[in-house]
Design a protein around this ligand. Structure first.
Ligand code: TZP
Ligand code: MG
Length: 219
C-alpha cells in the first residue's frame, strides 16, 4: 500500500531490527508527528501506530501524517488492529491481535502486497499464524511490561528461541525490551524488537533510537 509496491514481494520481507510502536497516549505530551520524526531521524525504519482509546478519526488523522513521514523516509508503516484505517492511510500493512479479523479475511481486504502481522503468545499460535498466511508474527510479552495489561506471564527468552526456531516467518519480539536486553532478544532469533516504553521514556527519542539501531548494526 505505502512503501510496498506491486513489485515488492511480501516473501522478500526483511524487517528492520527495530520496530517502534507509536501510541499517542504514551508520548508523554509530545505531539505524535514530532515523535515519528524523532524515530525516523534516529534511523528507525519500521513504525507501528497503535491507537487504543481514540476514535477512528484520530487514528486516521495521526495515521495519514505518519504514513507520509514513513514513506518519505523509506520506512515501513503498519497500522495496529484496524484494517479500515490501514487501507485509508495507505499503510504498508496491518498488525492484528488474536481477537481481530481472521488473517484470511484481512488478506482479502488489504490485498496481496500488504503485510499482515499477528500477535502471538504461544508456540501453537505462532504455528497457526504461519499456516494461515501471516507475513510476520509478534511474540510476547517476552519480559514484564508496564505498558500493557497483557494478561500473560512473561514468556522469556527460552520460549522466544523455540518460537523463532519453529516458524520460518520473521518474529518481532515484544514486551519489556530495553537497550540492556535487546541484544539477547535478537540473539534468541527474533528478527526484530518492538519497543514502546524504552523509546518513549527517553528525553531524546532520536538519540535513543540511534543507540538501538547502532546496537543492531554492531551485532
Ligand atoms: N503487546 C505485548 S507487550 C506490549 C504489547 C503491545 C507492550 C510493549 O510495550 P513495552 O513498553 O515495549 O514493554
Ligand atoms: Mg491488537
Amino acid at each position: 500500500m505505502n512503501n510496498l509496491s506491486a513489485t515488492t514481494k511480501r516473501r522478500d520481507l526483511s524487517l528492520p531490527r527495530l520496530y517502534a510502536i507509536l501510541d499517542p497516549e504514551r508520548c508523554k505530551g509530545r505531539p505524535p508527528p514530532a515523535v515519528i520524526d524523532d524515530l525516523l531521524r534516529g534511523g528507525c525504519r519500521a513504525v507501528q501506530l497503535r491507537v487504543k482509546n481514540g476514535g477512528g478519526r484520530e487514528f486516521y488523522d495521526v495515521g495519514l501524517g505518519a504514513a507520509e513521514s514513513c514513506r518519505a523516509a523509506g520506512a515501513l508503516f503498519i497500522v495496529n488492529d484496524r484494517v479500515d484505517v490501514a487501507l485509508a492511510v495507505k499503510a504498508d500493512g496491518v498488525h492484528l491481535g488474536q481477537d481481530d479479523l481472521p488473517i484470511a479475511c484481512a488478506r482479502k481486504l488489504v490485498g496481496e502486497n500488504a503485510l499482515i502481522g499477528i500477535s502471538t503468545h504461544t508456540l501453537e499460535q505462532a504455528r497457526e499464524a504461519e499456516e494461515n498466511g501471516a507475513d510476520y508474527i509478534g511474540f510476547g510479552p517476552v519480559f514484564g511490561t508496564a505498558t500493557k495489561e497483557t494478561g500473560y506471564e512473561p514468556r522469556g527468552l527460552d520460549l522466544l528461541s523455540r518460537v523463532c526456531a519453529t516458524v520460518r516467518l520473521p518474529v518481532v519480539a515484544i514486551g519489556g525490551i530495553t537497550e540492556q536486553n535487546v541484544a539477547a532478544v535478537w540473539g534468541a532469533g527474533a528478527r526484530s524488537a518492538a519497543m514502546i516504553g524504552e523509546l518513549m521514556a527517553a528525553g531524546d527519542i532520536a538519540a535513543k533510537t540511534r543507540t538501538i539501531v547502532a546496537l543492531a548494526e554492531a551485532g
